[in-house]
Design a protein around this ligand. Sequence first.
Ligand SMILES: Cc1cc2nc3c(=O)[nH]c(=O)nc-3n(C[C@H](O)[C@H](O)[C@H](O)COP(=O)(O)O)c2cc1C
Length: 232
Amino acid sequence: MGGTDDKAAEDFRALLRGLRVRESGELPAFDPATAPREPLPLFRRWLREAAEAGVPGPHTMMLATADAEGRPSVRTVMLHDADEQGWHFGTHRTSRKGRELAVRPYAALGFDWTEQGRQVRIGGRVTAAGPEESAADLRGRSPAALTAALAGGGRQSEVLGSYEELVRAFEAARERVEREPDATAPSWTLYVLAADEVEFYQEEERRRHVRLRYRRAGEGEDGGWRRELLWP
Ligand SMILES: Cc1cc2nc3c(=O)[nH]c(=O)nc-3n(C[C@H](O)[C@H](O)[C@H](O)COP(=O)(O)O)c2cc1C
C-alpha cells in the first residue's frame, strides 16, 4: 500500500519537474525607464498586448480577500473595467468574498500572463457601488451571466443540497431572463479597488527579471505615484 503511495508521490514530483512554464520563445522586452508616470496606462497596454498575443482569458484575475482574523482566501473573478477610479469587478455581496470585503475593505488582485512572462499585482481599498451602478454592471453582462446571477438568488458560497437543485434554479432563472431581460439580482454588487500599489513583473531569459512597483505618493509627487525597481 505504502509502495503504491510512494510511487504515486514520486510520479507526481517527476511530473512537476518535467513541466515547463511556456514553450521557449522570445519574451517582450520591458524598459522601466520608458514606463509612464502612472500605472493605469501601462496596465491597459499590457492587457491589450496579452489579448493580442492570444493569452487565454487575459481579463481573469485572482482576487484575494481576508476575513476578520486576517486569514486570506483567493478566487478567480473577471475584470470589468480599469479606469481612474480603480479596478472593477462584480460579485454577490452575500458571498464569502463579499462578506469579507464588508468587514475588511482591502484586497489584492493578481494577473498571470505566463505566455509573455508577465505578472501584475495590485493592492488597495475596495468600495462597493450602489444598487443602480451594480444593476448597470450586470445589465452589461451576457444573458447567461444574468441567468447565473439570478439562479443563485444571493446564495453564492452557501452549501448546496444537491446538484439537481442548482439545475432547477438555473432552468427557472433562464425562463425568467427570457420574459424579463432587465431583471436584477439584488445581491449582485459592483466593486472598485482603488490601487495604492501596482507591480509589473517582466521575465527575462537570463532570469534578470524586471520588477517595477508603483506606490501612491504624496500629492504632486511625480503624478501622485512613486516608481521603484525591486529585486526579482
Ligand atoms: C474564469 C473564472 C471567472 C470567474 N469570474 C467570476 C466573477 O466575475 N464573479 C464571481 O462572483 N465569481 C466568478 N468566478 C467564480 C469564483 O472564482 C468563485 O468560485 C465564486 O465567486 C465564489 O467565491 P467565494 O466563495 O470566495 O466568495 C469565476 C471563476 C472562474 C474560474
